[in-house]
Design a protein around this ligand. Structure first.
Ligand code: SF4
Length: 261
């Protein structure tokens, strides 16, 4: 219950920043609109401003509907098909603006990105996508591997001897139990290669806030459930994950009867 409350609180940060970004762009548009009718400016200058104001008004309307769609989808846990396009505009186009605003207010970037991931997960949950296990790709970071293990598992995860000293063993157990695809990535380029190679219908990804955020935006429109890694030893070093959260995310996507039970 506490977890659920915390999850909703985390979502509020990104939604709040999106709303504030929308307000700032609206104020900017009003200022541009005011200049359009300024008699001291040349006709060409006023036409350019008019075109800019028109583009901004369309973006504001789309993002406004998108923001309403995001809030409604999360509150009601169901998809509003008509609002999918505007929601994409609000999430993707206004993302850099929300980050810039967070920077101005000195909000920790990982907190904002963590909030974005929670919002994304809420939207993916509402879509209720069900697929065959082989259509699901699990992307995991190479920093899960024990730093003292000298086996190269990034090219071929099956090189792992399953000694149980790190999470790679658990990842392989889950892969075998469900029959899903697994890719171990050292960065965005390798992750994109796995997506091109396996052509998944859905992705479950474990990574830090920064990599998850860029991965979710890159993979769009493929639904991605993001699981933030645990970093008790600092960033990118002997990281862990919550096996329960991972198991729940896989079960969420795979059709019943294929859920490893
Ligand atoms: S489970 Fe053992 S063999 Fe496999 S990657 Fe981890 S430490 Fe290496």
């Amino acid at each position: 219950m506490d977890n659920l409350v915390r999850m909703h609180e985390r979502k509020r940060l990104y939604i709040g920043l999106l709303g504030a970004s929308l307000l700032i762009v609206s104020m900017l548009t009003v200022a541009i609109w005011y200049l359009v009718f300024s008699p001291e400016k040349s006709v060409v200058y006023r036409l350019v401003l008019l075109a800019l104001a028109a583009v901004l008004i369309i973006a504001i309307l789309l993002a406004g509907f998108g923001l309403a769609g995001i809030v409604l989808t999360i509150i009601q846990s169901r998809q509003f098909s008509i609002l999918q396009g505007p929601m994409r505009v609000a999430l993707n186009t206004f993302f850099p603006l929300a980050l810039a605003l967070g920077k101005i207010f000195r909000i920790d970037m990982d907190r904002i990105k963590g909030s974005f991931i929670e919002v994304n997960n809420g939207l993916v949950n509402a879509r209720g996508v069900k697929i065959e296990p082989a259509q699901l790709l699990l992307l995991v970071p190479h920093c899960l591997q024990n730093s003292e293990c000298d086996i190269k598992v990034t090219n071929n995860i099956d090189n792992c001897r399953r000694c149980g000293k790190c999470g790679v063993n658990e990842i392989l157990n889950l892969r075998d139990r469900y029959g899903i695809k697994v890719g171990m990535a050292t960065g965005g380029t390798l992750a994109r290669k796995y997506v091109r190679e396996y052509r998944p219908k859905a992705i479950v990804a474990i990574a830090c806030e920064r990599d998850l955020t860029s991965g979710i935006l890159d993979a769009n429109p493929i639904p991605v459930l993001g699981i933030t890694n645990l970093r008790p030893n600092g960033p990118c070093f002997n990281t862990h994950f919550s096996p329960d959260r991972l198991d729940d995310a896989i079960k969420f996507f795979v059709r019943s009867g294929c859920d490893g039970s």
